[in-house]
Design a protein around this ligand. Structure first.
Ligand code: Q9C
Ligand code: ZN
Length: 356
C-alpha cells in the first residue's frame, strides 16, 4: 500500500491546549505521526512516498481565500502583538467571534490586532499555532492530494495519507479542533474538480467532522457520512446530531450517526455496516475515509470501547465496499497504540480489497 508522508509536520509542535478551562499538555503531537510511520515500516508491505506541491488552488477551492491569506502570516501577526517571549511561545486566542456578540448589528470591522484576528478565525482553545504551523498544514494538504492522485490516476486501488495536523474540524472559513486546512475535504473537492461525478467522505474519527459537514452541506455531489460520539456529551458539541441531513441540493447527502459512551466493537461495526449501505446507495466514484483512531478504548480524549481487533474489522468492512479509497489520517491520541492500531485498520482494508 502507498503511504504518503513527510517530515514537514515536525515543525508544528505547540506544547499545550486549554481543555475544560485547564491548561494541559497538547494531545496532537509530532510523535503521533512518527510512531505510525515506524509501525508501517516494521509491518512491511507499505511503501512511503513524498508529497508533491499542489499550490494554493485546491485549498482555495474549499477554504475562504481570506483564511488562507491570514494563516500564511498568522504567526508573524501574533508574534508582533505579543507582550513578551513567554506569550509569544504559541498562539491561542482569548476572545472569539461568538454569534451573539453582534446579533442584529451586521458584520464587525475587520479585526486589526493579532489577538483579534486569531479570535476571528479560530473557534476553540485546542488549536495553538507556532512558527512552523502553516508549512506543516500546507504539507498535510499536499499529502492528502498526492494520495488522491495515486488513486485517481496513478493506478492504485487505495492509498494512505499520513496527514498531520488533522483537518476535519476546519470549516470553509475557520480553524479549530487541532485542524487548520481540511485535508479530506480538499481531497474530495480535488476529485470532483478532476471529473469525479460523486465522492463520499466517510468519517470514522471519534469526533464529528463539523468542518467537512459544513463545507459540503449544500452539495449533492459530495456525500458526508459520520460515526461519532454524541454531541450531547462530546466535542464539538454544536454539530453532528442525527437530524442534520444536508440542505438544498445536499438534502439527504449528510448522514450523522451519534454513538453512546463505551460503544463496543459489535455496536460500532453494526453502525458502520449501516453507514456503508448509505455509501453504496450513493454510488461514489471515490471514497475518502477520515480515519481517526481516537475510537480506541485506550484513547485519552475518547470514551468508546473499540479494540485493536475491532479496528481491523472496521478496515475490513470499508475494504469490502470495493471502492477506490483514499484514507486520510485525522485523530487518535494514545501514542503507545497508534502504530499497532493504524497497521490493524489498514491491513484490514487490504485484506478485503480485491487487487489492492
Ligand atoms: N473536553 C481531532 O480528533 N478538545 N480533534 C476536546 C473535550 C478538542 C479533536 C475537549 C478535541 C479535538 C482531529
Ligand atoms: Zn477526533
Amino acid at each position: 500500500m502507498q503511504v504518503v508522508c513527510s517530515d514537514a509536520h515536525l515543525a508544528h509542535c505547540p506544547t499545550h491546549e486549554v481543555q475544560g478551562g485547564r491548561s494541559i499538555a497538547l494531545h496532537e503531537v509530532p510523535v503521533r505521526a512518527e510512531t505510525i510511520r515506524h509501525a508501517l515500516r516494521d509491518a512491511g508491505g507499505f511503501v512511503e512516498r513524498a508529497p508533491t506541491d499542489h499550490g494554493l488552488a485546491p485549498i482555495e477551492a474549499v477554504h475562504d481565500p481570506d483564511l488562507v491569506a491570514y494563516l500564511a502570516h498568522a504567526w508573524q501577526d501574533w508574534a508582533a502583538a505579543c507582550a513578551d517571549d513567554e506569550q509569544r511561545a504559541e498562539a491561542i486566542a482569548d476572545t472569539y467571534r461568538h454569534a451573539a456578540l453582534r446579533e442584529g448589528m451586521g458584520p464587525a470591522h475587520p479585526p486589526q490586532s493579532g489577538l483579534g484576528r486569531l479570535g476571528y478565525w479560530c473557534f476553540d482553545t485546542a488549536t495553538p499555532m507556532v512558527e512552523g504551523t502553516y508549512g506543516a498544514a500546507r504539507s498535510a494538504v499536499d499529502i492528502a492530494l498526492t494520495a488522491t492522485d495515486l488513486v485517481l490516476s496513478g493506478g492504485h486501488r487505495n492509498a494512505y495519507a499520513l496527514c498531520r495536523p488533522p483537518g476535519h474540524h476546519a470549516p470553509r472559513a475557520g480553524i479549530g479542533g487541532y485542524c487548520f486546512f481540511n485535508n479530506a475535504a480538499i481531497a474530495a473537492q480535488h476529485a470532483i474538480t478532476a471529473g469525479a461525478a460523486r465522492v463520499t467522505v466517510l468519517d470514522v474519527d471519534y469526533h464529528h467532522g463539523n468542518g467537512t459537514q459544513q463545507i459540503f452541506y449544500g452539495r449533492g455531489d459530495v456525500q458526508y457520512v459520520s460515526l461519532h460520539a454524541d454531541p450531547d456529551r462530546a466535542y464539538p458539541y454544536f454539530t453532528g446530531f442525527a437530524d442534520e441531513t444536508g440542505a438544498d441540493a445536499g438534502r439527504g447527502a449528510t448522514v450523522n450517526v451519534p454513538l453512546p459512551a463505551h460503544c463496543t466493537d459489535d455496536r460500532y461495526l453494526a453502525a458502520l455496516d449501516q453507514a456503508l449501505d448509505d455509501v453504496l446507495t450513493f454510488d461514489p466514484d471515490l471514497l475518502v475515509v477520515s480515519l481517526g483512531l481516537d475510537t480506541y478504548h485506550g484513547d485519552p480524549i475518547g470514551d468508546f470501547s473499540v479494540t485493536t481487533p475491532g479496528l481491523a474489522r472496521c478496515g475490513e468492512r470499508v475494504g469490502g465496499a470495493q471502492l477506490p479509497t483514499v484514507v486520510v489520517h485525522e485523530g487518535g491520541y494514545d501514542v503507545a497504540t497508534l502504530g499497532a492500531n493504524a497497521v490493524a485498520w489498514l491491513s484490514g482494508l487490504l485484506r478485503t480489497t480485491r487487487d489492492g
